[in-house]
Design a protein around this ligand. Sequence first.
Ligand code: NAP
Length: 235
Amino acid sequence: MTATLITGANKGLGYETARRLIAAGHTVYLGSRDAERGHRAAEQLGARLVLLDTTDDASVRAAVEAVRADGGLDVLINNAGVEGRGENNAVIGAADVTAAHMRQTFETNVFGAVRVLHAFLPLLQRSAAPVVVNVSSGLASLARLTTPGTPAYAYPGVAYPASKTAVNMITVQYAKAFPAMRINAVEPGFTKTDLNGNTGVQTVEQGAEIIVRMAQVGPDGPTGGYFDSEGPLPW
Ligand code: NAP
């Protein structure tokens, strides 16, 4: 039985990914920083709740202990993320972005992902087929954001795309360092969730597709890549 932890799985893409992987036979540890929201989601899905705030060392340590005590981990899905929009759901562009906003965004999207990955490495290394999926974004792509005419080019935000570009680089470097693991970054696509004030155009079912697929990648599958549901993306 494959044991899978999904951070930030109490709603949105993480929740849908949990639903699909449970249906595929995984034992899913549903990460949630809030006990009540987490209990509700885990109960609805038949997942095991793991209280986990990715920005908090003690919380992540306790989560590792809980998963270790329960038997270990094969798949880690670094899904918890924030976009950090401003008033009226406005994207914070170059004129308004502050160091504090950058720090807040990186705290979850970048430092949180590394904190979790670093803490779970010993458990993953004990797995026969360890897999990491870093939920990135199409907005991570320097190629896209520098190509006029692509939808991503018009996105004015600074902190969020910068944080996801960092996630991509982290993916590449970890994949090289741990060749026995399959470690990939994925772009779900612009999906209707609370992250973007429900302005996305895809359903969570569509968005979760590539996360679910890369969570089930076999030992001969790709590593160190960046994919959406149609295939590899330009960095
Ligand atoms: P969402 O519905 O807002 O869900 C985000 C999840 O992350 C929630 O469960 C949230 O928990 C959790 N979270 C935030 N900060 C956390 C922390 N410090 N510790 C633990 N959990 C935390 O957003 P989503 O769209 O499903 O986003 C999931 C991932 O997909 C993110 O990494 C996002 O960047 C990425 N993504 C989304 C889109 C899109 O269009 N939606 C596109 C590309 C990539 P709470 O409920 O407690 O806030």
